[in-house]
Design a protein around this ligand. Structure first.
Ligand SMILES: C[S@@+](CC[C@H](N)C(=O)[O-])C[C@H]1O[C@@H](n2cnc3c(N)ncnc32)[C@H](O)[C@@H]1O
Length: 445
């Protein structure tokens, strides 16, 4: 079947066949030594240039840091056809099992395999033989033994249930004609507490019907893209919780014009779709099941060893913590299990500074994560700060910039941080230049 219009296709199977043809020909071009290939965006546009930085397909260009891809074979970069950089945004730990849906030439599988180390494993799943051949070639050039590529469909994942810690994917789910099944399968193979961490094209505010019916735009990752709220609703329906979408690149009118070029559609549609198509990072979690009971209470000096153990386990700074817990224990709170023998499984603390404070030291034991306990602790600390009449809460974070806006925190420039906050132990001792500063204003009630 040819690339004409989606309504010429007889459902998910036919769409899959056209997608396979498209990406098979991209993989063949790379294997034959092409220096740039057409990927996301309609077939026949100028080349994909994630690796080279040429002006080209607005979706796939310039996604990876040079430092991140150093050591990967050039073929892996050239065949990079994604719309984001999931391994940079996903939480990956040593020993994790990662699965990349629609792994293409394998770039994200190789990067994940390095991140999870020899005790972990990264699987790539793809249906296109030519892509799998490219990925195997790239794996042997990169010398990454803990990467494995599987042939199959993302609508029927060839792995047992409850075996994967993290599902990543890069610009693939939009290509499926049966997204509900892809999400149900993702839920099935994830372990309880497992993470869905996917880059994809997302629509905000709807696309014209002619765009949605264009097969070149479907295989080019645009026409099949889900609406933001639709994606969240499908994830929730599949059983996921805490589903969020973080925009990573919003496409301008010029980008839209580049995407429409060669599709046969009216170029003036670019005005209509400008700003409505974006790349986004989609996160969701498979629930762990009912959480064992734990109660939040103010810390006491006796809790200090447990607090320090939790912070060290989460690689968080402990400087200044002993002073606070011994002198003003109520500035910290802990979560303690109810069943005997009781145990402290989470902590959060404030470093108070006049009428403002720094929220620091939020740590939850690994097996208690994804139960909403960290969420409860942060809410508790925010209410506590409100109750004390504080004016604002500040924090520094290296990894959780996406997490805190749900509590009302906003990113701020380091230069806007008040002097007394910049002088706190937290800001002085735990302040790598790359940490993001955030603030939550508190309105007096
Ligand atoms: C846009 S490319 C992205 C490749 C890769 N994720 C990257 O970032 O370079 C889409 C890939 O998904 C694969 N794919 C598309 N639909 C699929 C499906 N239903 N099942 C398995 N693989 C699929 C294609 O073969 C292709 O390799």
């Amino acid at each position: 079947m040819s690339e004409d219009a989606v309504h010429g296709a007889n459902g998910a199977e036919d769409i899959r066949e056209v997608v396979r043809e498209r990406y098979g020909s991209v993989a063949r071009a790379v294997a034959q030594g092409a220096t740039s290939v057409s990927c996301c965006g309609p077939a026949g546009t100028s080349g994909c240039c994630g690796s080279t930085g040429e002006t080209c397909d607005p979706i796939s260009s310039n996604l990876y840091d040079v430092a991140q891809t150093a050591g990967l074979p050039g073929g892996a970069l050239l065949a990079s056809l994604g719309c984001g950089n999931p391994t940079a945004l996903a939480e990956l730990h040593e020993g994790d099992v990662v699965l990349d849906l629609g792994s293409g030439g394998g770039i994200d599988v190789l990067l994940s395999a390095k991140r999870v180390g020899p005790t972990g494993k990264a699987y790539g799943l793809d249906m296109t033989d030519e892509m799998l051949a490219l990925a195997l070639e790239n794996r042997s050039r990169a010398g990454v033994p803990n990467a494995e590529f599987l042939k199959g469909h993302i609508e029927s994942i060839p792995l047992p249930s409850n075996t994967v810690d993290v599902i990543i994917s890069n610009c693939v789910i939009n290509l499926s004609g049966d997204k509900r099944t892809v999400l149900a399968e993702s839920f099935r193979v994830l372990k309880p507490g497992g993470r869905f961490a996917v880059s994809d094209v997302i629509v905000r505010g709807g696309l014209p019907d002619v765009v949605k019916a264009s097969m070149p735009l479907w295989t080019g990752c645009v026409a099949g893209a889900l609406e933001e709220q639709e994606f969240i609703a499908l994830l929730t329906e599949a059983g996921f919780e805490h589903a969020t979408i973080e925009p990573t690149r919003v496409y301008t009118r010029d980008d839209a014009a580049a995407l429409l070029a060669g599709t046969g559609l009216d170029a003036t549609l670019a005005d209509e779709v400008s700003g409505r198509i974006m790349s986004g990072f989609v996160r969701a979690t498979k629930p762990r099941g009912p959480r064992p009971a734990a109660a939040i209470r103010p810390a006491t000096p006796n809790d200090l060893p447990a607090i320090e153990r939790l912070l060290a386990g989460a690689d968080l700074p402990t400087s200044g913590v002993a002073e606070i817990v011994m002198e003003r224990p109520g500035d910290f709170c802990v979560a303690e299990t109810n069943a005997a023998p009781t145990r402290i499984v989470a902590v959060a603390g404030l470093e108070v500074c006049g009428d403002t404070a720094v929220l620091r030291s939020v740590a939850v034991e690994p097996e208690w994560r994804s139960h909403g306990l960290g969420h409860e602790l942060v809410r508790h600390m925010v209410c506590d700060a409100e109750g004390r009449g504080l004016r604002a809460l500040y924090l520094l974070t290296m990894t959780a910039e996406h997490y805190f806006p749900r509590f009302g925190f906003e990113r701020i420039e380091r230069s806007s941080i008040p002097r007394d906050i910049a002088d706190t132990v937290e800001f002085k001792s735990a302040c790598p230049a790359t940490a993001v500063a955030m603030v939550r204003a508190i309105t007096p009630t």
